[in-house]
Design a protein around this ligand. Structure first.
Ligand code: AMP
Length: 366
C-alpha cells in the first residue's frame, strides 16, 4: 500500500517509521528538497498548489493524508476527487481558520475563551468591548507555535497589536490565566471507532512546546472523560478519520479548548515509546481502514523538544528509559530538531530521569 502525505516534515518522517513495518510505502510532497521525510520515502519536491506535483503525489496512492495543516483546502479537495483523502478536507478547513474553529467548538458545546472576530482596525473597539483586556490578537490563518499573535495588555495596545500581526484578519481572544495546558489526542477509524490517549500536560515557552508529560500528573477520570468528549464530538461532526489533537487550558476544574490540529501532534510524540500503539501507527491504521491499536500508556512518559540545537546522543542515551529522535534538520534558532522521550514506571522515577536528561539538552542549547 502506497500512502501519499502532504508535507514532508518530521511528522511525515515519523509516520513512515511507524508505517513501514505495516507493509506501507510512502510518498511525500514538500516544497523543500531537504525535507526530513525524504530519508524514509519518495519525495516529490513542489508547492502544495502545483497541479503537476499533486498529480505525481497521488499517482498509484491508496490513500492520501497530511502532516501539515496549512495545505490549501482547494488542493485537498481536488485530490479527494481522484483518491481517498483522510482526514476529510473539511477538517483542514475548520482548523485553518480560527473563526471557523471557534464556531465549530461553539456549535458542539465545547467551551473556549471569549473571542471576537477582527476583520479590520475599525472592528477593534467592539472586539475589545466584548472580550476585554488582557487579550491576544491572533491571525485567523497561518498561526502556529505562537506566530501571528500579539498581546493586548490594555486597550491602548490594540493599534500596535494590529500592526504586529501584519494587519491580517484576526480574532481577539481573552488571555486565559490557566493553571496548566493540556492536550487530548484521539483517533477515529473508518468504521467510526474512537480511542483516546491519556491527557497530556504541556509546557510552552515563547509559544513553542518545550515539555510534555503523559499521563498528565494528577489526571482524574472526570477530566479525561470531558476532554475525550470534546474530541469525540469534533471527530463525529467532521466524519473524521485519523488522529486529531485538541489543545486545552485547564482553569481550576474547567477545561477550555484553545485550538485543534487535524493531524498527529507534537504533544503525542511520547506515544512512540510510551503507549501501546503510537499516534503515528494509529493514524495510519485509521486512514488505511485497519483496526485501531490500544492507546494505553506504558507507565509515565515525558517528552522534551530539542529546539535550535541537539545534545550529544551519548549523554541522552546514558539515562535509563531515555530515547532520542533526531529529525535530520539543519540547526536554526527556534527550530524543532528532534525530541527526547523518557519513560519510567512511576512519576518519581520519571522526574529523576528527566532531571538527568535536562543538563545535556541545556548544554547543547548553550
Ligand atoms: P496557539 O498558537 O494558539 O496554540 O498559542 C500558542 C501558545 O500561546 C499556547 O500554547 C499558550 O501557551 C499561549 N496562548 C494562546 N492563547 C492563549 C490565551 N487565550 N490565553 C493565554 N495563553 C494563550
Amino acid at each position: 500500500m502506497l500512502v501519499g502525505v502532504l508535507g514532508g516534515g518530521q511528522l511525515g518522517r515519523m509516520l513512515a517509521l511507524a508505517g513501514i513495518p505495516l507493509g506501507m510505502r510512502f510518498r511525500f510532497l514538500d516544497p523543500a528538497p531537504e525535507a526530513p521525510a525524504g530519508a524514509v520515502g519518495e519525495l516529490v519536491v513542489g508547492a502544495y498548489d502545483d497541479e503537476g506535483a499533486l498529480k505525481e503525489l497521488a499517482e498509484g496512492a491508496t490513500v492520501l493524508t497530511y502532516e501539515f495543516e496549512n495545505v490549501p483546502v482547494a488542493a485537498a479537495r481536488s485530490l479527494a476527487e481522484r483518491v481517498t483523502v483522510l482526514p476529510p478536507p473539511e477538517a483542514l478547513e475548520a482548523a485553518q481558520d480560527r473563526v471557523a474553529e471557534k464556531r465549530l467548538f461553539a456549535r458542539l458545546g465545547i467551551p473556549a475563551a471569549p473571542w471576537a472576530p477582527v476583520g479590520g482596525p475599525e472592528e477593534l473597539p467592539a472586539a475589545l468591548a466584548a472580550v476585554g483586556a488582557p487579550a491576544l490578537l491572533k491571525t485567523r490563518r497561518l498561526g502556529y507555535d505562537g506566530k501571528g499573535q500579539a498581546p493586548v495588555e490594555r486597550p491602548s495596545d490594540a493599534g500596535s497589536a494590529w500592526e504586529a500581526v501584519g494587519r491580517s484578519p484576526s480574532i481577539l481572544e481573552a488571555r486565559v490565566g490557566f493553571d496548566r495546558e493540556l492536550s487530548v489526542l484521539a483517533v477515529r477509524g473508518r468504521d467510526g471507532e474512537v480511542r483516546a490517549y491519556p491527557l497530556v500536560e504541556n509546557v510552552h515557552r515563547e509559544g513553542i512546546l518545550r515539555v510534555s508529560r503523559a499521563p498528565a500528573p494528577g489526571l482524574t477520570s472526570d477530566l479525561q472523560a470531558r476532554a475525550e468528549g470534546f474530541a469525540r464530538r469534533v471527530l463525529e461532526e467532521l466524519g473524521y478519520v485519523g488522529v486529531l489533537a485538541i489543545e486545552l487550558f485547564q482553569v481550576g476544574e474547567q477545561l477550555l479548548a484553545n485550538e485543534m490540529a487535524p493531524r498527529v501532534h507534537n504533544s503525542g510524540h511520547w506515544t512512540i515509546e510510551g503507549a501501546l500503539t503510537s499516534q503515528f501507527e494509529n493514524h495510519l491504521r485509521a486512514v488505511a481502514g485497519l483496526p485501531l491499536g490500544p492507546t494505553d500508556p506504558r507507565g509515565c512518559s515525558a517528552m522534551v523538544n530539542l529546539i535550535g540545537a541537539t545534545p550529544r546522543p551519548a549523554e541522552v542515551l546514558a539515562v535509563p528509559g531515555a530515547h532520542l529522535h533526531l529529525y535530520g534538520k539543519a540547526p536554526r534558532p527556534g527550530r524543532k530538531l528532534g525530541h527526547v522521550t523518557v519513560v519510567a514506571e512511576d512519576e518519581g522515577t520519571l522526574e529523576a530521569r528527566l532531571a538527568e536528561v535536562r543538563p545535556a539538552v541545556e548544554r547543547a542549547a548553550g
